[in-house]
Write a protein that binds this ligand. Structure first.
Ligand SMILES: Cc1ncc(COP(=O)(O)O)c(C=O)c1O
Length: 241
């Protein structure tokens, strides 16, 4: 069944914060800045923003089990990226990579990864207790850092090892390069292997041409985006799809 198209001009979370700002005369809860009440007037331009730095009080929902405005906002996010489900992350894409990996592999499972993986990917594999298999990567010229994966190399790995649970890729690479992701995803799926994509630097790919196609559109199982790297978002704002 076709998903209902939502109005992407809505801002449920922002509207709730604005309403809260108008209604709350005094804050008796965290954070300790009390909506800027105890800040000096000479910091006025920053002080104004503090009323929007809120916690899980009535009407503002709860990030870890959203049922109100955060849920409505995440539904819009999912609709925009055409994912099955999308989550807001605090603490950046690092927590997205940790969650994505720990939700996909268990202790001693084999997980394929590339040598340019971000340290959060390596940490995720360590926390899960999975066994990493590092893929050799393409190098364009001697002395450059290797990047990207060749489908033939992936095919060879699946031939050599059975039962690989997941493949994690950095897409685009740290040089902004892309590689044949569609073919790689199809290959992994044909081998019952989950595809996890650290698309931290590709949160804008979903906009279409002239950008490359997003891993989400190509059928990856889980994708992490750094909104704070590529979109006009505050520091550490990220998504897990
Ligand atoms: C490819 C990639 N993945 C993940 C991360 C982690 O991102 P964050 O700083 O949002 O935790 C980075 C950060 O530089 C990155 O470059």
């Amino acid at each position: 069944m076709e998903k209902e198209q939502l109005n992407q001009q809505q801002r449920p979370l922002f509207d709730a914060l604005r309403k809260h700002k108008k209604l709350e005369k005094h804050s008796f809860h965290v954070p300790g800045h009390k909506n800027g009440l105890n800040w000096l007037d000479e910091m006025s331009e920053f002080k104004q923003l503090l009323a929007y730095d809120q916690t899980e009080v009535s009407g503002l929902d709860y990030l870890h089990e959203p049922t109100g405005v955060i849920e409505a906002s995440q539904t819009l996010l999912s609709d925009f990226y055409k994912s099955k489900k999308s989550y807001y992350l605090v603490n950046g894409s690092t927590v997205g990579n940790l969650a994505m990996i720990m939700a996909s592999v268990k202790r001693d499972d084999l997980i394929l990864m590339t040598r340019d993986a971000h340290q959060s990917v390596i940490h995720g594999v360590e926390l899960a207790g999975a066994t990493p298999l590092f893929l050799g990567q393409v190098s364009e010229a001697e002395g450059t850092i290797k990047e990207g994966i060749e489908p033939a190399a992936l095919k060879a790995v699946f031939k050599q090892y059975s039962g690989i649970k997941a493949l994690v890729m950095t897409y685009p690479t740290y040089y902004g390069e892309i590689y044949p992701l569609k073919e790689l995803i199809e290959l992994a799926k044909a081998n019952n292997c989950l595809v996890l994509v650290d698309e931290a630097h590709g949160a804008h790919f979903t906009l279409g041409l002239p950008f490359p196609v997003s891993a989400l559109e190509l059928g990856a199982d889980a994708v992490v985006h750094s909104a704070h790297k590529m979109l006009p978002a505050l520091t550490q704002a990220s998504y897990l799809h």
